[in-house]
Write a protein that binds this ligand. Structure first.
Ligand SMILES: Nc1ncnc2c1ncn2[C@@H]1O[C@H](COP(=O)(O)OP(=O)(O)OP(=O)(O)O)[C@@H](O)[C@H]1O
Ligand SMILES: [Mg+2]
Length: 257
């Protein structure tokens, strides 16, 4: 345990995968699991179509920071040039909202993360993500945009583990294989597959059989009728998801010990 006054080391996780596989659901569940264990948690929505806050039950409007042109241009421009390292340290405390023990920060989209697009919003968002993952004493869980195009060094830097969510279908496993390739290029060592919406042992076996080589299958989350029903209102129900608690414990073991 940390000494009094010493920040407890948190985990820095990012969640990726094909569209609709359950990234946002997993981020919300992991954020709850981490908060329940006493971590200070920051859940970050980095999807251009942000849904994390609502999924977590936060219903007030929460405009993405990427849309705040005034803030971005204030921070990013210096002597007529875009700064590569704009000041962002005050941003989480100013803009994150606290909801049921989890702080939520809605960034919005990060375009061309790996390709080095030099637009101001990108420079700002990348600096912010880098800063967030380097802050001590906080568990940060980032909900990434579907697909892989945005996955760049900036997103990966300082992330302890990248979780790739898959469904029992070949396309989401193909996306996982592409993400693995990219993760290798950007030097991310810990990349784990989380199976989601699995209906029985047959689905678990399917994911195992088509798992891209070099990836470890770290958790199998069942299809939940309650999650499915609650999605009509866009929210995650208040249910126990023991598989997610176990996943979080496993990540603590892999990352912190
Ligand atoms: N374990 C589960 N059981 C049942 N339904 C689930 C489960 N996980 C996710 N879903 C449902 O699948 C849908 C997609 O989930 P979610 O929004 O989390 O996916 P996503 O990967 O974040 O999607 P996007 O790519 O659009 O951001 C939602 O309706 C959600 O409620
Ligand atoms: Mg999502």
């Amino acid at each position: 345990m940390p000494e009094a006054g010493e920040a407890r080391r948190g985990l820095k996780l990012a969640v990726a995968g094909k569209g609709g596989v359950g990234k946002t659901t997993l981020v919300a569940l992991l954020a709850r699991a981490a908060a329940a264990r006493g971590y200070r948690v920051l859940a970050v929505d980095a999807d251009p179509n942000p849904t994390l806050a609502l999924t977590m039950g936060y219903t007030s409007p929460l405009p993405p920071l990427a849309a705040d042109e005034e803030l971005i241009s204030q921070r990013v421009w210096g002597e007529g040039l875009i700064k590569l390292n704009p000041t962002v340290d005050d941003i989480p405390d100013r803009f994150a909202v606290e909801h049921r023990g989890v702080r939520i920060l809605v960034l919005g989209g990060i375009r061309g993360g790996g390709t080095g697009c030099a637009c101001p919003a990108n420079s700002f968002l990348r600096a912010l993500l880098r800063h967030l993952v380097l802050r001590p004493g906080e568990t940060v869980i980032v909900d990434l945009e579907a697909g892989i195009e945005h996955l760049g060094r900036a997103t990966a830097q300082g992330v302890d583990a990248l979780l790739v969510v898959v469904e029992p279908d070949k396309r989401s496993l193909e996306t996982a294989a592409r993400i693995r390739g990219l993760a290798g290029e950007i030097g991310l060592a810990r990349v784990y597959v989380v199976g989601n919406k699995l209906r029985g042992e047959g689905d678990v076996e399917f994911v195992r059989a088509y798992l891209p080589s070099g990836l470890s299958f770290i958790a199998a989350l069942p299809f939940s009728e309650e999650v499915h029903r609650a999605a009509r209102a866009g929210r995650l129900p208040d249910i126990e998801f023991p598989e997610v608690n176990r996943l979080f414990s496993r990540l603590e073991e892999l990352v912190l010990h």
